[in-house]
Design a binder for this molecule. Structure first.
Ligand code: SF4
Length: 193
């Protein structure tokens, strides 16, 4: 059983898989309480669902890509659920703040989005993503040595882009092209969930 906030079908708007259609499974709960968190939904909706019940919802859509998000998915041991989805030929991607890579080690793709920049883990993920506003201390990120891509993503409003932060991120990426890439949160530009 998992505590689920919502299951919906959309386009990935962030990181390396931007543009791919996938089924998003948003899990309830997080170990942190960031003041910029725009996902109040994961805190307010909670439904206990069995793996089979979740699969039934996922199968309503044509994509074989599942993105597990939150909240913080890795507060749960998701490896049994990931193996279950693999049996039905789903590719499973997970977005985590790094709480527990052990709990998601069977995932096909892990996006690591650290919220505490002084303690950045060095392995266990496929891409790094930092949520940035125009006052963020970017210099703290310059020392990170990662063979995995590092995305800067503007801290946007809940349903639309924050153009000040967008422009700031773009300028930083242009200044350090070997270091960073830009992740737009494309869905907020398109006005879709
Ligand atoms: S880690 Fe993510 S989901 Fe958790 S409170 Fe922070 S922004 Fe929200």
């Amino acid at each position: 059983m998992l505590r689920v906030s919502s299951i919906f079908y959309s386009i990935q708007g962030e990181g390396a898989h931007s543009g791919e259609a996938g089924v998003f499974v948003r899990l309830y709960g997080c170990n942190l309480d960031c003041d910029f968190c725009d996902d109040q939904l994961h805190k307010s909706v909670k439904k206990q669902m069995s793996f089979g019940e979740i699969l039934k919802e996922i199968e309503r859509f044509p994509s074989k890509s599942v993105i597990i998000t939150g909240g913080e998915p890795s507060i749960y041991n998701l490896n049994p659920f990931i193996s279950f989805l693999h049996k039905y030929s789903y590719k499973v991607s997970i977005e985590t703040n790094g709480y527990s890579f052990k709990n998601i080690k069977k995932a096909d793709w892990i996006t690591y989005s650290p919220k505490e920049w002084h303690d950045i883990k060095e392995e266990g993920f496929d891409e790094l993503k930092f949520v940035v506003d125009k006052n963020s201390p970017i210099e703290k990120l310059l020392d990170i040595h990662s063979v995995k891509p590092i995305y800067l993503q503007p801290q946007n409003f809940e349903n639309e882009p924050n153009m000040e932060n967008v422009k700031f991120c773009i300028e930083v990426v242009k200044k350090y092209p070997q270091k960073f890439r830009f992740s737009a949160q494309m869905h907020k530009f398109l006005g879709i969930s």
